[in-house]
Ligand binder design. Structure first.
Ligand SMILES: [Zn+2]
Ligand SMILES: [Zn+2]
Length: 287
């Protein structure tokens, strides 16, 4: 069996999808990331990158599939009604979020007239919709541990830390840096992770506009303060075409050699160090 934890980026664009030759290198699909170790899989957000991931999953379904949704803005859930594993895929599928009103209600709202032709009755009857609470640990299977905090975003959003195979990934898109309490909470959540996937959704060169995203410099600072081994910047602004992101990549290399710009289709691997999730109690106690 492959003993690596694979982290794959299926959509790295923020706010809305983009297409065209100028976006072919970094990709135009919106937020979707997967973590996989053997028969365990965690998917973070179901933006427009999710349907193609769903087709990949159908070819080799995991035993357990956990889908975590940070919030229900369109760029993070537009792929949900088209994500085939929620209908047929893995044997054991959990869909979890801390969205206000509950996960099941969010799904019903997305799959309802006049926005969508069929309702949630087409989803697998065994689909387990779970409501999460920031600060409370979630263990969807014995080998996966999820911890979560609120991020700073209009309408609310959740940042996740996922432990799988003894490896840890922080996923914190749609976070506006600058609130001391929420930044400290996020840094605590991400302390010492192998990979921090952070929001750099402010247009390049812009000062923070106050609509719930961070500049790339703020994202790098957060990643460094949490001591992340690797830092992936994502949620690229729709205006950031390939030449702009290439320019930013060169700037980034000058300030942080462990940081990179996430690209659609990219796969980051870590050798698993144990079969079950490491407990995160040291940091969790403070939440
Ligand atoms: Zn977003
Ligand atoms: Zn958002």
């Amino acid at each position: 069996m492959d003993s690596s934890v694979h982290i794959a980026f299926h959509g790295v664009r923020g706010s809305r999808p983009v297409s065209g030759a100028d976006f072919s290198a970094y990709g135009g699909a919106t937020s979707c990331v997967s973590l996989r170790l053997g028969d365990e899989m965690v998917v973070l957000d179901l933006g427009t990158g999710a349907p193609s991931l769903g087709r990949q999953i159908a070819l080799a379904p995991p035993e357990h599939l956990t889908v975590l949704i940070g919030h229900a803005h369109y760029d993070h859930v537009a792929g949900l009604p088209f994500f085939q594993p929620l209908r047929t895929g893995a044997k054991d599928v959990v869909l979890a979020s801390a969205v206000a009103g509950g996960t099941r209600r969010m799904v019903a709202g997305l799959m309802a007239a006049p926005f969508f032709p069929v309702g949630p009755e087409v989803l697998a009857p065994t689909l387990d919709c779970v409501d999460l609470r920031p600060g409370r640990r979630f263990r969807p299977s014995p080998s996966i541990e999820v911890n979560l905090v609120d991020s700073n975003h209009p309408g609310g959003c959740t940042a996740f830390r996922v432990e799988l195979g003894g490896r840890s990934v922080l996923y914190a898109l749609d976070h506006q840096a600058g609130d001391p309490r929420l930044d400290a909470q996020l840094i605590d959540l991400g302390r010492g992770v192998d990979l921090a996937i952070l929001d750099a959704g402010e247009p390049i060169g812009a000062r923070q506009s106050g609509i719930g995203h961070s500049t790339w410099q703020e994202a790098v600072s957060l990643g460094m303060r949490m001591g992340a081994a690797k830092i992936a910047l994502a949620h690229h602004a729709p205006a950031s075409d390939d030449p702009a992101l290439d320019w930013l990549g060169a700037e980034l290399a000058d300030v942080a050699d462990n940081a990179f710009l996430a690209r659609e289709g990219q796969d980051v691997q870590f050798e698993a160090v144990c079969e079950t999730a490491l407990r995160w109690g040291t940091y969790h106690a403070g939440l």
